[in-house]
Design a protein around this ligand. Structure first.
Ligand code: GLY
Length: 428
């Protein structure tokens, strides 16, 4: 069968590699910029805007693809899935209306509220700056300020930590007043991703991503600097009862979408905060996480092509989706200055990655050399029987890259993991 992958980042490279391991699957790809890794293994690539639904559908129909997997959120919001489905191409990715779980944070919270879904923080939705500012002026304590629409994972500001009241007000103005103000959640974040076919949901291993730019969890927020999973697919600061609660929240969201008449199909990504009282939903995303996709898809032991077909056919079942009982550590290399003043156009060299997997992201390949662009450059995934083994593999590969890039050397280390565990003990 022929599968089209939409998107050209590290996440999509991981999707393509997983599909390449499938029997009888040929991979086609559409992306805004040429990803060197994807272009090496795909049957054919097409460069165009990833939200250009006409152009994507034209390429898909010309090549006769059977299925499409949508990587980023922007094509979902643009209705690429609706357009492809109209042409008989089954998609792993929700229709535009269902993608609102991610693209409209007001919709997401109201769905949780109206359907009694657990894990919803106190929130208020605003569409006028003046109203949000009045609320902020009358509020005592911390607040999370979130844009209602898409943010590329970088849009939350915490009043009381990152910004003061004046900073919060100017951020609300910057966002044109379309914001959600939420109670601040304290705890440890984790990601639970799941395959969903409209009715059935099959979870993937738990992952922890690292949003802050610099080692030690400091600096500005990024799209994610790296992530890890454990051999038992759990995280030591997420006890089994908390995991079960998070999973139930995801299943309840899928049931609610079905009751609304907008069944959710694709990848559901739950960003949770494990708080003193259990998991709370930070947000839902309508796609794989980036970098989290690289962790889980690197150890997917079932046939990804079959998983794709079962999502589209509505026959997804946990017996058809298995992952190796191994740890993974993903380390992203980013241009110096990222995210605020990324140095684009710098030549880099990848040394011997050893056994680590290399996923290309926002990087140019010209005349056999690699050059940074403005976003995350490339990532290494180490895989091992234990977390230290996986970490050592990713670290060794990352340390061999030369040029104006950097990465977080603490991701996946025992010391960092212990800090997470200690933090959970402290708040409980
Ligand atoms: N890793 C964060 C995201 O994909 O949204």
């Amino acid at each position: 069968m022929k599968v089209l992958v939409i998107g050209g980042g590290g996440r999509e490279h991981a999707v393509v590699q997983a599909l390449k391991r499938s029997a009888d699957t040929s991979v086609y790809a559409v992306m805004g910029r040429k990803n060197p890794g994807i272009s090496r293994v795909a049957e054919k690539i097409h460069l165009c805007n990833e939200t250009d639904k006409e152009e994507i559908a034209r390429f898909a129909c010309t090549e006769g693809v059977d299925y499409a997997v949508v990587g980023p959120e922007a094509p979902l919001e643009a209705g690429v899935v609706d357009h492809l489905e109209d042409r008989g191409i089954g998609c792993v990715g929700p229709f535009r209306a269902s993608a609102r779980l991610e693209t409209d944070k007001g919709f997401c919270r109201m769905l949780m509220d109206q359907h009694g879904i657990a894990g919803c923080p106190l929130y208020r939705v605003f569409y006028r700056a003046g109203d949000a500012i009045d609320f902020i002026n009358g509020h005592v304590g911390d607040l999370a300020i979130k844009p209602i629409g898409l943010t590329g994972g970088k849009g939350v500001r915490i009043m009381g930590e990152q910004v003061d009241r004046a900073g919060a007000i100017s951020y609300v103005r910057e966002l044109g007043g379309n914001v959600i103000l939420e109670e601040r959640m304290i705890g440890e974040e984790f990601t639970l991703q799941a395959f969903v076919d409209g009715q059935h949901l099959v979870p993937m291993p738990l992952v922890q991503d690292h949003k802050r730019a610099y080692t030690g969890d400091i600096g500005p927020n990024t799209g994610g600097m790296g992530s890890y999973t454990m051999p038992d697919h759990m995280l030591p600061f997420v006890p089994a009862p908390d995991y079960e609660k998070a999973l139930a929240i995801m299943k309840d969201a899928v049931s609610a979408m079905k009751r609304l008449g907008q069944p959710y199909r694709g990848i559901l990504y739950g960003q949770f905060m494990n708080t003193a009282t259990g998991p709370m939903v930070v947000e839902f995303n309508a796609r794989f996480g980036d970098p989290e996709a690289m962790n889980v898809l690197s150890i997917l032991s079932s046939d990804m092509g079959e998983v794709v077909a079962s999502i589209v056919d509505g026959t997804l079942s946990s017996s058809r989706v298995t992952f190796e009982p191994l740890a993974t550590v993903c380390k992203y290399l980013v241009p110096e200055g990222y995210p605020e003043k990324p140095e684009a156009g710098a030549r880099i060299s990848v040394g011997d990655p050893g056994n680590a997997l290399l996923y290309y992201a926002n990087v140019d390949e010209r005349d056999g050399s690699l050059y940074t662009q403005t976003s995350r450059t490339l990532a290494f995934v180490g895989i091992g029987e234990t977390l230290p083994e996986a970490e050592a593999m990713a670290e060794k590969a990352a340390s061999k890259v030369t040029g104006k890039v950097r990465y977080r050397s603490d991701i996946g280390t025992d010391a960092l993991l212990q800090r997470r565990i200690d933090h959970m003990k402290e708040i409980r």
